[in-house]
Design a protein around this ligand. Structure first.
Ligand code: FMN
Length: 647
């Protein structure tokens, strides 16, 4: 049994007694109704989260002022009419035996929605890092209006039954905008020195304290370091944080970074270790004698326990792990940590889906997250005999889910190993956790009674003989290999063979295709010591957004290694020691080139589908077999097929 002695200790903060030191930090969901009220989906999502057994849950951002909402579906607390809806979140949490704080928020200039409506306000009229578009500089009267709004919102939080409030003074939103010289160039008492820039936050804290009374806990979420060029440092924050405590704060929640921080560091990618930033919490603790929450990539309760034991933080916030698998704490306590699905920090279903796709929260590896209303928790009424053909992420998810629902599941994979393309992707730098995830999926399917056969190719005859009632076709995709002059030369190799280690990495290489496979293959080749690397794509830019967390890291390592992109460029011919490229209609000879790696995409492998259609067998085509896409689609479709099997 793992020892979680420190993590599981109670802690009393003013009137709030927490049963342990685990905190779910605020995470926007996009699940609220369009009028900013709590929806059925919000409640179902939250109900599942509070099953984790954490001591404290903090709601997603809730706007204190009509001009402060990031989007229409962000929760609101700027009017008494919102109290009833919000109180349901408090009730759910209390029924689960935990405590709940609400995060009070004003987006300031960091709201596409407010900028679009001409309603964004900020300390100064300086455009948002992310969205551009100028906000209006706040007048003194408007500053006071927002200070009052924070106070009224806190009073409503008390009425709604919350145990604490958290003021969001981190991540580049309004309160932090006052603190940062990048957004605050005021010449009055709210701008200039750090003391002046902190004034607005101090006034908000004082007003909140006045409204909630002396014993009600107030948390302040800060970015302990701004993590941006010429941004404020941890030392500057150390200087000002005792003032926040004097103004009435009881907890410091030590996050980091701002909207413009490179590569979305607030939701750090897989390259960062668990707890990589908890030293910032420790630095805050040196200056204050109230509890400090540390945050950043925590997934494993043992590592959280160690951080508390070392005295780095008093509490640990566990964000994305609550999306990937809210049972992480219970599994550890029950002596089954191996059952926990660890967050891959891919951000595909969570923060990047919210920001770049404007869609509600999901999780790439947990199909239940954000779909709690549709997730069947009870076994199916009628057990079916289900065959799943293909053991990649879609097939394995389908197997785990169908078996969980009580169906008789047989998964057949033609390769000796399970995992499909994920196993290949897991060879890229920093991605070994993806192979662990495949192992967990397999274990889960087996635990629920699925039969898994590898090295088993399925054809029409096998299906006719086996007579499954339902088939889930998850046969993945095959690589696209273009027909070009010189493709038969020994220097030409496909990306998968490189990643699998079947072919040695060359010295002077060209990778054709700057999608995820091309970028990650390039990353692998850099790690293997390739001397020069050119990444060619016919598109005007890479489909991998360099603002995303992993995309940023891939771009960073590529450029650091001296890699060169050539966009709007097509490979037209491969020669012995060179390639001919066509860029904007002009022909270039690139030499020397001793390796040409093909990563131009994949094509669905679904040759059994016409037969299944004719056969009359109930069938579903999922994941790349239905069209090559990402893990999130594979997992969702695999799960949905299992959920939809007719009973
Ligand atoms: C989908 C999503 C939404 C988030 N929304 C908020 C938010 O509303 N307020 C906030 O302070 N932080 C927000 N964050 C940041 C998290 O609270 C947390 O600091 C971050 O995810 C790092 O913790 P983790 O590595 O444990 O996930 C969000 C993160 C995610 C993934």
């Amino acid at each position: 049994m793992v020892n979680l002695e420190y993590l599981l200790q109670e802690i009393k903060i003013k009137s709030m007694l927490l049963k342990n030191r685990v905190v779910m930090p605020p995470m926007g969901t996009g699940l609220g109704r369009k009028d900013g009220t709590v929806s059925e989906a919000t409640l179902a999502y939250f109900k599942r989260r509070v099953e984790s057994g954490a001591g404290l849950y903090i709601t997603e951002i809730s706007s204190v002022h009509p001009r402060g909402s990031v989007s229409p579906s962000a929760l609101r607390i700027y009017d008494d009419s919102y109290i009833d809806g919000l109180s349901q979140l408090a009730n759910i949490t209390h029924q689960a035996g935990s405590k709940i704080a609400i995060q009070l928020h004003h987006a300031g200039r960091e709201s596409f929605y407010q900028l679009n409506r001409g309603q964004a306000m900020a300390p100064s009229a300086i455009p948002s890092y992310v969205f551009g578009g100028s906000p209006q500089a706040m007048s003194r009267e408007e500053i006071q209006e927002v200070v009052q709004a924070f106070g009224s919102a806190a009073r409503r939080a008390v009425e709604a039954g919350f145990d604490a409030v958290e003021l969001h003074a981190a991540h580049g939103y309004l309160l932090q905008q006052f603190l940062s010289i990048h957004s605050n160039q005021r010449e009055d008492e709210y701008g200039g020195s750090m003391e002046n820039r902190a004034r607005f936050i101090l006034e908000c804290i004082q007003e909140v304290r006045a409204q909630v009374g002396p014993d009600f806990p107030i948390s302040l979420r800060i970015s302990a370091e701004e993590v941006i060029k010429n941004g404020y440092s941890i030392e500057e924050m150390q200087g000002i944080v005792p003032e926040f405590v004097k103004a009435g704060v009881d907890i410091i929640h030590a996050s980091f970074g701002t909207h413009g921080s490179p590569g979305g560091i607030i939701q750090a990618p897989i390259e960062y270790e668990q707890g990589f930033n908890v030293h910032l919490a420790r630095k805050i603790k040196e200056k204050v004698d109230i509890p400090v929450i540390g945050v950043g990539r925590f997934s494993d309760p043992v590592i959280m326990n160690e951080a508390i034991k070392r005295g780095d933080a008093d509490l640990i916030a566990v964000g994305r792990q609550h999306l990937a698998d809210p049972d992480f704490l219970k599994n550890a306590q029950a002596g089954h940590p191996e059952r926990t699905f660890y967050c891959l920090a891919c951000n595909q279903g969570c923060i990047e889906r919210l920001i770049y796709e404007a869609k509600p929260v999901r999780c790439a590896i947990n199909p239940e997250t954000g779909q709690e209303l549709y997730y069947p928790s009870q076994p199916a009424a009628k057990k079916r005999q289900v065959w799943i053909i293909g053991g990649g992420p879609a097939g394995l998810t389908a197997a785990a889910e169908a078996a969980r629902l009580g169906h008789q599941v047989t998964l057949l994979e033609k390769e000796e190993q399970l995992g499909g393309q994920v196993l290949i992707a897991a060879k890229a730098p920093y991605k070994d956790a993806y192979a662990d995830w495949i192992q967990k999926l397999k274990d889960k399917a087996l635990r629920y009674g699925a039969i898994i056969r590898t090295g088993m190719e399925v054809n029409e005859r096998v299906i006719l003989e086996g007579r499954p009632e339902v088939v889930i076709l998850a046969t993945g995709a095959r690589q696209l290999i273009p027909e070009l002059e010189g493709m038969g030369l020994p220097s030409v190799v496909d990306a998968w063979s490189i990643l699998r280690g079947e072919r040695a990495v060359g010295e002077n290489a060209v990778v054709v295709g700057a999608g995820l496979t091309g970028m990650e293959t390039a990353d692998y080749m850099i790690q293997q010591g390739v001397k020069s690397l050119v990444l060619v794509d016919k598109l005007p830019k890479s489909p991998i957004n360099p603002l995303t967390a992993h995309g940023n890291m891939l771009n960073y390592r590529f450029k650091k290694a001296g890699g060169k992109f050539m966009f709007n460029t097509q490979l037209s011919e491969i020669k012995e020691n060179s390639v001919v490229l066509l860029q904007d209609g002009q022909s270039h000879l690139l030499s020397p080139v001793d390796q040409v790696v093909i990563a131009v995409g994949a094509q669905a492998e679904n040759t059994l589908e016409p037969f299944l259609l004719r056969s009359g067998i109930e069938y579903y085509v999922v994941g790349d077999a239905a069209g090559p896409r990402r893990i999130i689609e594979a997992v969702e479709e695999g799960a949905r097929a299992a959920w939809n099997i007719s009973s």
